[in-house]
Design a protein around this ligand. Structure first.
Ligand SMILES: Cc1ncc(C[n+]2csc(CCOP(=O)(O)OP(=O)(O)O)c2C)c(N)n1
Ligand code: SF4
Ligand SMILES: [Mg+2]
Length: 267
């Protein structure tokens, strides 16, 4: 048995104020599980940590659920508020947890400048490929061709590669992990929490309710429930960086971590 498994009730009592409101099968719930285990493992002191989030389902992860000081701020401005907290109280850990719409669409400008300045905060972006909370509208990370409430004929635009975006803006540590691989995710969160500088982690989440239903044809496993079909798709379509370097990554999503100073950032 995983050494963390037996401590689930303890972790809940120690770190959660109340039950979370997510739809059944939402990937954000898997993230919470992984995050709390990682935080416990690295000894993140919730008394000395400020969690900041914007608006959206992803933004509901820390606030009001975590037993810590949480700022639930204006949509798109989580990193702006986090910047203020870190500058005025540098001794505190500042952790931003929010969605792709919040951090990379309306709030993209704050993200690139925090990366450029190497602001010592941790940013976890829950990327479910659209605006989940507000009814499933297109975001900057919606894949081309995907059906959303505002792109019923398929998204005509390209999407951001968040790893390349954050890296291009100067982030010294960038990672991408899928919720379909909770162990990788947990270990990746641990590493990010230990980083001294700006750390950006793209969490490939899933939104069965909005994205999953609108794009039913994409999920190969037609017999499975939607969350399960989406997780199976994610598992089958993500490839570790190490494996991709040996085998190539054609058509796959490369997951892993990227550090400043490496020779190549391509894969
Ligand atoms: C200034 C402003 N514009 C728009 C909204 C409406 N709004 C609330 S959450 C949201 C998008 C959330 O998407 P994301 O951050 O990806 O989170 P998800 O729900 O997908 O987890 C939007 C557009 C708002 N609250 N404030
Ligand atoms: S709408 Fe989507 S992102 Fe929001 S709680 Fe439901 S499944 Fe999760
Ligand atoms: Mg989203």
């Amino acid at each position: 048995m995983d050494k963390h498994e037996s401590s689930a009730p303890l972790l809940r009592a120690r770190y959660l104020r109340q039950a979370t409101p997510f739809c059944a099968g939402c990937g954000h719930g898997i993230f919470i599980n992984a995050f709390l285990r990682a935080a416990d493992e690295v000894g993140l002191d919730f008394e000395r940590t400020v969690f900041v989030s914007g608006i959206g389902c992803g933004a509901w992860v820390p606030s009001p659920h975590f037993l810590a000081d949480t700022l639930h701020v204006t949509h798109g401005r989580a990193i702006a508020f986090a910047t203020g907290v870190k500058l005025t109280r540098p001794e505190l850990e500042v952790v931003v947890i929010s969605g792709d719409g919040d951090l990379t669409t309306i709030g993209g400008n704050h993200l690139i400048h925090a990366a450029r300045r190497n602001l010592p905060i941790k940013v976890f972006c829950l990327n479910n490929w659209l605006f989940g909370m507000t009814g499933g509208q297109v975001s900057a990370t919606t894949p081309p061709g995907a059906i959303t409430a505002t792109t019923p004929g398929g998204n005509p635009h390209r999407s951001f590669d968040l790893v390349k975006l954050a890296r291009g803006a100067g982030a010294p540590y960038v990672a991408r992990w899928p919720v379909a691989r909770p162990r990788w995710l947990r270990q990746g969160i641990e590493t990010a929490l230990r980083e001294p500088g700006f750390a950006f982690v793209e969490v490939l989440s899933i939104c069965p309710t909005q994205y999953g239903r609108a794009n039913r044809g994409q999920w190969a496993n037609k017999e499975a429930s939607l969350p399960w079909a989406m997780l199976s798709w994610q598992e089958a379509n993500c490839i570790s960086r190490r494996k991709a370097q040996k085998e190539g990554a054609e058509g796959k999503i490369v997951v892993g971590e990227w550090r400043e100073g490496e020779e190549t950032w391509d894969v």
